[in-house]
Write a protein that binds this ligand. Sequence first.
Ligand code: ZN
Length: 170
Amino acid sequence: MASKLEDEFTANPGKWHEQPEGYPPASCYQWLKGHNPQINWRKVVWNGWSLPKHNFMGWIWAHEAMLTNNKLFLYGVTDDNSCQLCGVGSETQEHLIGTKAQKEIQFAMVLCAVYQVWEQRNKCRMKMVLIQPEVLAKGIVNEMRSRIRERDKKQMRIDDLEWLASRNLL
Ligand SMILES: [Zn+2]
């Protein structure tokens, strides 16, 4: 959506300096910056804890711009598109890092772990018992497995299902 300032400037480009009160800097900045869509990975990639080289690589990854062997193969730079890590299959960004669904599931597991730690902590406090870390870990995996089993598998990609199966989460 164009701002009032943008409309004015577009209609009268030579009148910029003739405005009695000028143009508010914030509006000018917004206009120059444009109306960009909200980027949901911004805080993950540009977090304050990563080294700059990690931030930069994360930015490349978020733009799906990693120069993997399958791209180099398509550009004619190499005649081998196989994965440099495992040698099995075509080296794509998804092959190396995982699909969007896989990353979402991993993040869901972190949240599940936070919940489980707090729940077990409360049980320990109420019942005056200690819980072994293995029991806690099993609880996290079981809860995630139940959640994944509730989901409609027809909506999921076959490589995501294989990824879940390889981690015994189906
Ligand atoms: Zn591989």
